[in-house]
Design a binder for this molecule. Structure first.
Ligand code: GLU
Length: 420
């Protein structure tokens, strides 16, 4: 996975995005200010015993951005470059994302500054359990429901569910989503982000008159979301995957490759690098590759003013959160590149998280087919809602998605009124 540029503060980006839409739909100053502030944030510093017996102090955050539409929802990331402002931005994006796909949640996010690649499983378990305990006063099925994000997974969620349940004295599966199936996880959750992204790309391609069958695809960040999007574009839509990357480098194969084989190679070697028959490709080259579809599935701040002009894809499907800066959005729009924004293109993950939570609360579980059919309905409907606004207002899809989302959030805020 490419590292995010440290020069751009993602929360500044998030606030800028709100301003653009607030101007467009004429929001008054007070409402605009509320939308640019997180409602609640917690910083925790806590010790973890390492395998060699020493202790290290870690810092973690949980930010609940806006809860007008329901309990807050959003993942937890473990990454050395986590900052409070990054978590704030991600929590804001979760708020808009849940509103775009019209699920009854506000937005939140959490993060711990750590380097999971250099920690043992036992160290990660102790870190996760202690962090979960530190934030336990602000999470719960009716309050705020965490999920996996960068470098966290279903095992992380199992530990959080267990820690929270131990404190309560009974099992509370609905406190987190993205759990293993045997603990109340949902069918289809693991691949939901990539699947949702593939549906959105399919719908956008239809409107552009682009045939996905045979179209070339580059994936930046061949991880949870990126590899699934590649697999599904390949398996279900006949696309030709030609480039992929991860934190260690990228690869290119002009006549395309089977992404499942690349997945196996990565599982064996730890990276896409060295995939048989491929040529090495840098991150910048991958973004600028002559492909029809580009899927940024790594971190924030990847498409900037500097490289936006070099992008050649016709569709950019943002499986990552915040890969494109606002200044780059304008450049891409002028180049007539259809950017399917993160809050729409990667919303399949939180949508199936919502299904998981609903199943946990009912204690009644659905089949994989039911999950995928409902996911497809939500993604197609949300794409159509956003596309309609983009056409009507003659704006790019990010602004359109924000118009849809912010109108829904503001509507809920107005109906509830201001307490007291
Ligand atoms: N971390 C994912 C996201 O950014 C999923 C959040 C969730 O399922 O709550 O959308």
């Amino acid at each position: 996975m490419a590292s995010s540029s440290s020069t751009v503060n993602p929360f500044e980006t998030a606030k800028q995005q709100v301003d653009i839409v607030a101007d467009l739909i004429g929001l008054d100053k007070g409402v605009r200010e509320v939308l640019k502030h997180p409602k609640r944030e917690l910083t925790v510093n806590f010790p973890v015993q390492m395998d060699d017996g020493t202790y290290r102090v870690y810092t973690g955050y949980r930010v609940q951005y806006n809860m007008a539409r329901g309990p807050t929802k959003g993942g937890i990331r473990f990454h050395p470059q986590v900052t409070l402002d990054e978590v704030r931005a991600l929590a804001a994006w979760m708020t808009w994302k849940c509103a775009v796909v019209n699920i009854p949640y506000g937005g939140a996010k959490g993060g711990v500054i750590c380097d999971p690649k250099h920690m043992s499983k036992n160290e990660l378990e102790r870190l996760t359990r202690r962090y979960a305990s530190e934030i336990s006063m602000m999470i719960g099925p009716e309050i705020d429901i965490p999920a996996p994000d960068v470098y966290t997974d279903s095992q992380t969620m199992a530990w959080i569910m267990d820690t929270y349940s131990m404190q309560k004295g009974y099992s509370v599966p609905g406190v987190v989503t993205g759990k293993p199936i045997s603990l109340g996880g949902s069918q289809g959750r693991g691949e939901a982000t990539g699947r949702g992204c593939a549906y959105v790309i399919r719908e956008a391609a239809k409107d552009l008159g682009l045939k996905v069958k045979g179209a070339s695809v580059a994936v930046q960040g061949f991880g949870n979301a990126g590899s699934v999007a590649a697999n599904l574009l390949f398996d279900e839509q006949g696309a030709k995957i030609v480039a992929a990357s991860d934190s260690r480098g990228g690869i290119y194969k002009a006549d395309g490759f089977n992404p499942h084989a690349l997945e196996e190679h990565k599982a064996k070697t730890g990276s896409v690098v060295g995939f048989p028959g491929s040529k090495p490709m840098s991150n910048e080259e991958l973004l600028a590759a002559k492909v029809d579809i580009l899927v940024p599935a790594a971190l924030e701040n990847q498409i900037t003013k500097k490289n936006a002009d070099k992008i050649q894809a016709k569709i950019v499907g943002e499986a990552a959160n915040g890969p494109t800066l606002p200044e780059a959005d304008t450049v891409l729009y002028e180049k007539k590149i259809a950017v399917m924004p993160d809050v729409l293109a990667n919303a399949g993950g939180v949508t199936v998280s919502y299904f998981e939570w609903a199943q946990d609360i009912q204690g009644y579980y659905w089949s994989l087919d039911e999950v995928n059919q409902r996911l497809e309905r939500v993604m197609v409907q949300s794409y159509n809602d956003v596309h309609k606004v983009a056409q009507e207002r003659k704006v790019h899809h990010r602004t359109a998605a924000y118009v849809v989302a912010i109108q829904r959030v503001v509507d809920a805020m107005r109906l509830r009124g201001t307490y007291p």
